[in-house]
Design a binder for this molecule. Sequence first.
Ligand code: ADP
Length: 294
Amino acid sequence: MGKIAVVGSINIDYFIETDRLPKLGETVLGKSFFISLGGKGANQAVAASRLGGEVSLFGSIGDDENSKVLKEKMEKEEVDLSYIHTVKDTPSGAAFIELCNSDNRILVVPGANKNTDVSYINRVVSELLSYDVTLFQLETPIEMIEHIVPILYDHGKTIILNPAPARKMKTEIIEKITYLTPNEHEFEMVLNSKDQMVDCLRKYPNKLIITCGTKGVAYFNGEKCINVPVVKVEAVDTTGAGDTFSGAFAVAISEGKNLFDSIQFGNAAAGLSVTKKGAQAGMPYRKEVDSLMK
Ligand code: ADP
């Protein structure tokens, strides 16, 4: 089995549940409050680790009280933190999430995540090159990704990019990425294309993997477009479904599974994740996915 490096954001998420959102200048009593580990990097690392991946997280935290909480939570998930950078006089990334009925409102402060930049990645490049699969998202500086992807590519590494939150990517970088996993709302912006989904898929055979919620996952295998159906579940909360898919997909690829089987594995894990409330609370463990796929 190959080792997985996740390079990405690490946040502390503060959740407040309320029946009504305050107006500007108003105070409203909330119903409940809880803290959770978040950020796409940490989420995908946790998803991959729970599914049996050997995972190291590359990223930055601050030197505040939250950094201790974040470290404890990630260690409990058996994510290796050897290359985490602790940034002085800087807060860890934090998200403030107001949950109101079935909707939410979120403010994110990147804090230390901004330091997961070109100079950081240059300091850990030789360690990063010892991993077989590297998984990125777009919550850390894009210049870092544009810098490191060609280096990983030249060393023949498998590179997965979950391009969320979506932003335009350079074509020469997309070409060097092994697998790109946007959702159906993200791919146009990422590819800077107005083409139909099928035309985009045809342009990037066995690379572009578009998750389409309950409609399945689409890719072009060089001959035809394939749709890998999702598992039928009672969805409770789809937060973190995309993160679970990408983490699970990375595990399957690191185990040498083929593309179709890796997507199926991702679908099973992501399907299970939506049956529980919260991004990480619903992320399944390996035996749950294996028994669903039997
Ligand atoms: P994102 O969470 O990034 O918006 P999607 O909505 O496409 O991405 O969801 C990612 C994956 O999660 C899907 O490809 C699918 O495997 C799974 N998924 C999402 N919603 C459901 C659902 N209601 N039932 C089963 N699987 C789901």
